[in-house]
Design a protein around this ligand. Structure first.
Ligand SMILES: [Zn+2]
Length: 344
């Protein structure tokens, strides 16, 4: 098959469109002919080698995949060749206490398609049958591939971790990102008042179109001052954020008494200062969030398939232009998901 692989860590130039062996499935796995694969920042971290993962080389990234089942293993009972599916990105052992509790991402064996196993920057990918989720006939492969990682992440952050309640005030940092645009829509399902933060008026206009009630351009305005103004100095109940150090102070200052800050990333840096007095005095909660369980993916997909929420698609590239697609993501001039198509 054709695939985009890297043999060493580095910039986008290490991505090679080349021949790779066809994946061989086990009895409990399915082989999927990839129709679309969405990019995530994770792909860039893996390529650059900035995290501690030791990858088998050459490596194929890509965690958000849709396609058609080409082959099903002997033990596969739920899906069959020809089925249109999306793949749940998380792979876990399925037989530890955390997996039994539905806390897949706390499994010690947890990984994602495209991390410790090959991913979707390829014509074919293999995955456990448990990861294959049929998609409705009227749902395009692009729509499906753009959904899993960001909607699962945003659902886990808002619903499972922060326990968002009806009508609360939610601050969404990085509203132009995939997680941000998912979080805006999920918060609106809970009739929250959403304050969206991004670095351009164009992105903020799109955030409004997704349902954001208020917007803050952090290049022109102070996040903390705007939140104070919009909430009558009260602060917001929940903050969804994945930017890290650059927004930490503004976020902490913007939290109401009993507010919950949930973070799932640190693209601008991971070390911050914390005033413990303001943490306990205002009874604030800081929480980390990482992916989520398949059960939660099933929950959020109900809203996706019913078209109550949708993944925003920025652009599509042929697979062979994966490097250009990743460069676009690094340039930050995009809104929503960037997709790769193995067939052009
Ligand atoms: Zn497990």
């Amino acid at each position: 098959m054709k695939a985009v692989r890297f043999h060493e860590h580095g910039g986008p130039e290490v991505l090679k469109y080349e021949d790779a062996p066809d994946p061989k499935i086990e009895a409990n796995e399915v082989l999927v002919k990839v129709k679309a694969c969405a990019l995530n920042h994770l792909d860039l971290f893996l390529r650059a080698g900035v995290r501690s993962w030791t990858l088998a080389m050459p490596h194929i990234v890509g965690s958000d995949i849709s396609g058609v089942v080409a082959e099903a293993g002997r033990l596969a009972t739920r899906v069959k060749p020809g089925d249109r599916v999306l793949l749940a990105p998380g792979v876990s052992c399925g037989q530890c206490e955390m997996c039994w509790k539905g806390l897949d991402s706390a499994c010690r064996g947890y990984t994602l398609l495209g991390v410790m196993v090959d991913g979707g920057y390829a014509e074919y990918v293999k995955a456990p049958e448990a990861n294959a989720i049929p998609i409705p006939a009227d749902f395009s492969f692009d729509e499906a591939a753009a959904v899993p990682l960001v909607f699962l992440t945003a659902w886990h952050m808002l619903m499972t971790r922060a326990q968002l309640k009806l009508g609360e005030d939610v601050l969404v940092i990085g509203a132009g990102s995939g997680v941000g645009s998912a979080a805006i829509q999920l918060a609106k399902l809970m009739q929250a008042r959403v304050i969206a933060v991004a670095g351009s008026d164009e992105k903020l206009e799109k955030a409004r179109a997704l349902g954001a009630d208020e917007v803050v351009n952090h290049r022109k305005q102070s996040i903390a001052e705007e939140v104070k103004r919009l909430t009558g100095k009260r602060g917001v109940d929940v903050i969804v954020e994945h930017v890290g150090a650059a927004v930490w102070e503004a976020c902490f200052e913007s939290l109401a008494t009993y507010g919950r800050l949930v973070t799932c990333g640190t693209t601008s840096g991971e070390n911050v200062e914390l005033n413990l007095r303001l943490l306990y005095g205002r009874q604030r909660t800081l929480m980390g969030s990482f992916m989520g369980g398949k059960g939660e993916l099933a929950e959020v997909l109900k809203f996706v398939f019913a078209r109550k929420v949708h993944a925003v698609i920025d652009s599509t590239f042929p697979l062979r232009e994966a490097a250009a697609a990743q460069q676009k993501m690094e340039g930050r001039e995009f809104f929503g998901k960037i997709l790769l198509h193995p067939e052009v």
